[in-house]
Design a protein around this ligand. Structure first.
Ligand code: ADP
Ligand code: MG
Length: 966
C-alpha cells in the first residue's frame, strides 16, 4: 500500500501530468518515476530509488535546493515544463502539506538566469479561425504575446490573402520562447516556434473576453481596441488562462493590452527578416554579424530590448520617424551631452524586470536596493535633458499613464520631450526603499527606525545581548581561565568553551555538553535562558521583517505603471544615444525621409560589411530608384563582385531610415517603403538550408502577389535553382511582371548577363553592373556599382582565383567559347502587355562613354515566353526554343540591343595560348560556325579588348571555321 507521501505525490502529479514534478523534501526537490529517469538522462543526475511503504520501490533523483535555479534553467531550455511543489506547512509531525506553487515553462520563466537580458522573452498564443466580417479570405489568425518579465502584452488579428505569411513574419520578429496553440489546430498550424498545445476552449472568444474583462476590471474591450477582433481576444484569453493556471503571481503585471495592426508597420516577412540579418547573423542565432550587433551601443538591457523592437517594426508614419530622428540628431550634434548621459546610463540595470519582480513579490532586498539606486539616477538624467527638451516643446505631449492601456511611449509620441516628460524619478518609492531596506550583512532585512514594533522587539533583547557580549570577560574573571570563550553553533546553541588543560578549574554550575579533541564545551542554566529569549525574539523579528518587506514590495508594485513608464523613457533615451553614438562613430547621416517614392542614396554603405571590413575598406555606392528615374535596377557582374552586398545595403538603409536611425551614406533621400521583400536564389540561400527551387518559386510568387508600388523588392539570383534556360526565362518574366504590373521599386541581381537586353524593352529598368578591372589576366573586384550591364560573368576567373587546376580551367574555357555562339541571331522575344515604348531609352544615369551598352551589338540568347504570364519553362525541342504560337509582333521591340562585349566570344584561357588549350581536347563547334564568327566579329568592341585578347580571339575564330562539327 502506498504511503501518505506517495499518495500526495501522485495527486500532485495528476494535476500537471505533462510537466516534470519537483517535489520539495527538505533541502532537495525530489523527482520520482519517469521524471526521475528523465532528469537523470537530461541533467546527468544520479538515479537512485526510494521505498514508499512495503515493497514499493520507485526511481528517484534529487535536485539540491540551493542549485535548483541552474537545473531548472537547463530543463526549461530543453523545452520541458517544470511543476514545483513546495512545502507549505512547517515540518514536524505527520505529513508535510505540499502544493504546486507554479509551473515553469520557457514562456513563463522569471528566473534571471533563464532569461536573455537583452531580448524580450515572449509567450505567444496563436489561434486560427474563419476570416472576420466580409472577408473573402479563407482564414485569419489571432496572435497574442506577453513578456511576463516586463508586462508587455499585445494582440493582433491577421487576415487577408497573406495572413499566413504575416503570421510567420510576426513570429519571426518576436521569436517567442513558447507558443500556445489549441490542441485541435496543433497539427495544421505548424508554427516556426516551440509550441505548447493547450485546451481549445481556452481560445474561445466568449470565455476569453470574460477573462480579459476580469483581469483588467473593465466592462468592454473597446478601450484596448480589440472588442471586435474575436480571434485576437481568443488568443489573449488563452495567454491569460495559461498564466493563471501556471503562475497566478504573474497576472498583476498585466495591466493593459495593446491591440496593433501588423500593417501599421513596415511589413517584413520571415524570410526577409532572416535574410537581412536584422537581429541574428548568418551563423546561428546569435546577434554577431547582424545589424543589431552594429547598432547596439545601448547601455541598459531595456534599451537593448527596445532597439530590437525598433528593428522589428520599422515605422510608416513620417512624423513618427522624424520625431525619432530629431532625438538622435540632438545627440549626434551634442557630443559632450551624449557622453555625459551615456555615463549616467552605464550599468544602470534593468528597471523593467526589477519592477516586475517587485510586483510579483519575488524581488530580494538586494534587488530593491538596486531599484532605488537606479531611481536615484533618473533625476540627474532628467535635468540634463531639460535644456534640449524644454517644457514648452511639450505641448500636446500626452502625459500620465493613468488611462493609457500601456505604459509604453507610442510611435509619434517618442520625441525627447515625451521622454523627458515620462521620466519620473519616483522619489517616494526610492525614499521608502532607502528608509526600509537594510544593506548590512547582519542578516537584518529592515533598517532601524523604519518600524516601531520591529525596533521594540530588537530593543527587548538588547539587554540579553549585552549580557551575552559581556559574558566572556565576566566568566574569565570568575574562573580565572583566560582562554575561556563563548561560542554558538547550530546544534548546541550558545556554549562556553574551555581547553583541556583548564578542565579542573571549571565551576560546578557548568554542564558539559560536548567534548572536542582539545576542548570541552559547557552550558549553564542562565546561558540557556538567555539563548531561549534571544531565539524566540529573533523568530518574531524575522517574521515581522518579512511581513514588512512583503508590504513594501506590495507598495513598490503598486507604483509599477509609473516605474514601467520611466523604464520605457530610459529605454528610448538609451536607444537614441546608441543610434547617435553609432552614427557619429561610423559617419552616418540623417536621411531625408519623404512621402514620395524616390529612393536616392549617395555614397551608401552596408553597415555590417563595413563594420567587418574596417573603416576605409568599404567602397561606397549610389542608388537611384523611383521618381522620374528607373524603378528597377538590374545588377549584373561576376561572382564575389559585391552584388548581394549592394542589394542588402539599399534595403538596410531604407529600413534604418524608417526606424528613425541615421544611415550609412553620404546623403540619402528616401521615399517611404511599405514592405521590403527579399528573395535569394535557391542555391545561394545557405541559411535556409532546406530551401529548394520550389520554395524559391513559391516565395517569388508571393512577392509578385503582395508587393505594391510602394514596396522595395530585392531579388538576388532568382531562377538559379533550375536549368539555365528555365532560370533565365523565369528571371526575365519576373522582372517584366515587376516592371509592368507591380511597379515596385526593385533591385535584381543576376549572373544571367543575358538579361541586360531587357533594358531595351523596359523603359523603367536600368542596367547596373559591378565594375571589375583586369590586370594581367587577373580580375580585380572594384566593388563599384556603375551604370550598364556586365559584359560577362567571369566565372572562370573566379574559379581560377579559387585554385581550380589549369587543365580544368582551360577545358572550361574551350567549352564556354563553343557554347557562347550556339544559335543564329534571334529577334528579341515579344512581350505582352508592356508599355508602348518605341525605342530603348538611354539610361538616365549613363555617363557617356562609360555606358558601353548603348551600342547595338548582337542579340544575346533569350528564350521566348511560354505564354501569357507564363512563369513556366518555355516549350523546347532539342534545346532550341520554339515559338509557342502566333504571337503579336511589335516591331519596335525587335531592335537588337545587347551587349557588345557580351558577344566577345567569351572567356579566354587564363594561362597560355589558345592553341594549347584547344590542343588539350577536341572541341565541339557550333553548327553554323561561319555565321557565329561573323556575328562575333560584328559585335566586337575593339575599344575594349587588349591585344592579347584580340590575338586569342582571332586564333579561336580561326579554329571555329577550320574545324566544322563532325
Ligand atoms: P556577389 O553577390 O556579387 O557574389 P557579394 O556581395 O557576396 O558578391 O560580395 C562578396 C564580398 O565582397 C563580400 O563578402 C565583401 O567582403 C566584399 N564586398 C562586397 N561589396 C563591397 C564593397 N562595396 N566594398 C568592399 N568590399 C565589398
Ligand atoms: Mg551574391
Amino acid at each position: 500500500m502506498a504511503t501518505p507521501a506517495r499518495e500526495q505525490y501522485l495527486t500532485l502529479k495528476a494535476q500537471h501530468p505533462d510537466a516534470v514534478l519537483w517535489f520539495r523534501m527538505g533541502d532537495f526537490y525530489e523527482l520520482f518515476d519517469d521524471d526521475a529517469e528523465l532528469v537523470a538522462r537530461e541533467l546527468h543526475l544520479t538515479l537512485t530509488s526510494r521505498e514508499f511503504g512495503r515493497g514499493e520501490r520507485v526511481p528517484m533523483a534529487g535536485v539540491p535546493y540551493h542549485a535548483a535555479e541552474s537545473y531548472l534553467a537547463r530543463l526549461v531550455r530543453k523545452g520541458y515544463r517544470v511543476a514545483i511543489a513546495e512545502q507549505v506547512s512547517p515540518p514536524g509531525h505527520g505529513l508535510v502539506e505540499r502544493v504546486i506553487t507554479r509551473v515553469v515553462s520557457a514562456g513563463t520563466a522569471i528566473e534571471p538566469n533563464l532569461l536573455p537580458a537583452r531580448a524580450n522573452n515572449y509567450l505567444a498564443a496563436v489561434v486560427r479561425g474563419p476570416a472576420g466580417r466580409g472577408g473573402a479570405a479563407p482564414e485569419a489568425y489571432g496572435l497574442a504575446y506577453v513578456d511576463v518579465t516586463t508586462g508587455e502584452f499585445a494582440v493582433t488579428e491577421l487576415s487577408g490573402p497573406d495572413a499566413a505569411s504575416s503570421l510567420a513574419g510576426e513570429l519571426s520578429r518576436l521569436g517567442p520562447a513558447e507558443c500556445l496553440v489549441p490542441w485541435d489546430q496543433a497539427g495544421a498550424l505548424a508554427l516556426p516556434a516551440p509550441t505548447t498545445r493547450y485546451d481549445a476552449w481556452r481560445f474561445e472568444p466568449e470565455s476569453a473576453r470574460d477573462r480579459l474583462l476580469r483581469q483588467f476590471g473593465v466592462r468592454s474591450l473597446e478601450a484596448f481596441g480589440c472588442e471586435r477582433q474575436p480571434l485576437a481576444v481568443g488568443a489573449a484569453g488563452a495567454v491569460l488562462a495559461y498564466l493563471e493556471e501556471n503562475n497566478p503571481a504573474l497576472l498583476p503585471l498585466l495591466r493593459g493590452l495593446r491591440t496593433y495592426s501588423a500593417d501599421a508597420y513596415m511589413v517584413l516577412d520571415a524570410h526577409t527578416r532572416r535574410n537581412l540579418e536584422l537581429t541574428r547573423g548568418a551563423r546561428g542565432g546569435a546577434p554577431e554579424g547582424s545589424l543589431l550587433a552594429v547598432l547596439d551601443a545601448t547601455r541598459t538591457p531595456m534599451g537593448s530590448r527596445l532597439l530590437r523592437r525598433f528593428l522589428g517594426q520599422p515605422l510608416l508614419d513620417l512624423a513618427a520617424i522624424e520625431a525619432r530622428q530629431a532625438a538622435v540628431a540632438v545627440f549626434v550634434e551634442r557630443r559632450a551631452l551624449r557622453a555625459d548621459l551615456l555615463g549616467h546610463l552605464n550599468g544602470l540595470g534593468d528597471l523593467e524586470r526589477l519592477t516586475s519582480r517587485a510586483l510579483q513579490g519575488v524581488a530580494s532586498a538586494r534587488e530593491l536596493l538596486a531599484l532605488r539606486a537606479l531611481l536615484l539616477a533618473v533625476a540627474p538624467i532628467g535635468d540634463r535633458l531639460a535644456d534640449v527638451a524644454p517644457w514648452d516643446a511639450m505641448e500636446g505631449v500626452s502625459s500620465g499613464a493613468a488611462h493609457a492601456p500601456s505604459s509604453a511611449l507610442q510611435p509619434g509620441d517618442e520625441g525627447l520631450a515625451a521622454v523627458r516628460a515620462a521620466l519620473d524619478p519616483c522619489a517616494d518609492v526610492a525614499d521608502e526603499i532607502g528608509r526600509a531596506v537594510a544593506d548590512g550583512d547582519d542578516g537584518r532585512l529592515i533598517r532601524d527606525g523604519y518600524d516601531a514594533a520591529r525596533d521594540e522587539l530588537i530593543a527587548s533583547i538588547a539587554e540579553t545581548r549585552r549580557w551575552l557580549a559581556e559574558l566572556e570577560s565576566a566568566e574569565r574573571a570568575r574562573t580565572g581561565i583566560r582562554s575561556l570563550k563563548v561560542g554558538y553553533n547550530q546544534v548546541f546553541g550558545y556554549y562556553l568553551e574551555v581547553t583541556h588543560p583548564h578542565r579542573d578549574r571549571v565551576p560546578a554550575d557548568y554542564v558539559r555538553k560536548q567534548t572536542l579533541a582539545n576542548a570541552e564545551r559547557y552550558i549553564t542554566p542562565q546561558l540557556k535562558e538567555a539563548e531561549a529569549r534571544i531565539l524566540h525574539a529573533e523568530e518574531r523579528i524575522g517574521a515581522v521583517e518579512r511581513a514588512l518587506f512583503a508590504a513594501l514590495l506590495g507598495r513598490v508594485g503598486a507604483q509599477a505603471p509609473r516605474l514601467l513608464r520611466t523604464a520605457d523613457a530610459l529605454a528610448h533615451l538609451d536607444v537614441y544615444l546608441a543610434l547617435a553614438e553609432v552614427a557619429d562613430h561610423n559617419g552616418y547621416v540623417r536621411p531625408e525621409v519623404h512621402a514620395g517614392d524616390e529612393i536616392v542614396i549617395e555614397g551608401g554603405r552596408h553597415p555590417v560589411v563595413e563594420a567587418a571590413l574596417g573603416p576605409e575598406q568599404f567602397v561606397a555606392n549610389d542608388c537611384a530608384l523611383g521618381g522620374d528615374g528607373p524603378r528597377i535596377a538590374l545588377l549584373t557582374g561576376p561572382n564575389m563582385a559585391g552584388k548581394s552586398t549592394y542589394l542588402r545595403q539599399v534595403a538596410l538603409i531604407v529600413l534604418l531610415a524608417q526606424i528613425g536611425s541615421f544611415v550609412p551614406a553620404r546623403r540619402a533621400r528616401l521615399g517611404l517603403v511599405d514592405r521590403i521583400f527579399t528573395r535569394i536564389g535557391a542555391q545561394d540561400d545557405l541559411a535556409a538550408g532546406a530551401s529548394t527551387f520550389m520554395v524559391e518559386m513559391i516565395e517569388t510568387a508571393a512577392i509578385l502577389r503582395h508587393a505594391t508600388p510602394r514596396s522595395l523588392v530585392v531579388l538576388d539570383e532568382i531562377g538559379r535553382g533550375t536549368s539555365t534556360e528555365d532560370g533565365l526565362a523565369i528571371a526575365r518574366a519576373v522582372v517584366e511582371h515587376l516592371h509592368d504590373r507591380v511597379g515596385a521599386r526593385a533591385l535584381f541581381a543576376t549572373h544571367y548577363h543575358e538579361l541586360i537586353a531587357l533594358a531595351a524593352a523596359l523603359p523603367r529598368l536600368q542596367n547596373l553592373h559591378t565594375a571589375v578591372r583586369e590586370e594581367h589576366g587577373e580580375v580585380v573586384f572594384l566593388h563599384r556599382v556603375v551604370p550598364g550591364g556586365a559584359d560577362r560573368s567571369y566565372g572562370l576567373h573566379v574559379a581560377r582565383l579559387a585554385g581550380l587546376p589549369t587543365e580544368v580551367l582551360a577545358r572550361a574555357a574551350v567549352l564556354l567559347a563553343a557554347a557562347d555562339n550556339p544559335t543564329p541571331p534571334a529577334p528579341l522575344p515579344v512581350r505582352e502587355g508592356g508599355e508602348d515604348t518605341p525605342s530603348p531609352r538611354p539610361s538616365p544615369r549613363g555617363r557617356g562613354g562609360e555606358d558601353r551598352r548603348s551600342q547595338p551589338p548582337a542579340p544575346p540568347f533569350l528564350p521566348r515566353e511560354g505564354g501569357p504570364g507564363g512563369l513556366g519553362p518555355p516549350p523546347r525541342a532539342n534545346g532550341v526554343v520554339k515559338e509557342p504560337g502566333p504571337a503579336p509582333l511589335e516591331p519596335a521591340r525587335l531592335a537588337p540591343v545587347a551587349d557588345a562585349a557580351g558577344a566577345l566570344p567569351a572567356l579566354l584561357p587564363l594561362d597560355g595560348p589558345v592553341g594549347a588549350a584547344a590542343g588539350a581536347a577536341p572541341q565541339p563547334v557550333p553548327a553554323d560556325a561561319t555565321t557565329a564568327v561573323v556575328q562575333a566579329l560584328r559585335a566586337l568592341d575593339l575599344c575594349n579588348v587588349t591585344p592579347l585578347q584580340a590575338l586569342n580571339l582571332l586564333a579561336r575564330l580561326q579554329q571555329q571555321v577550320r574545324e566544322p562539327p563532325p
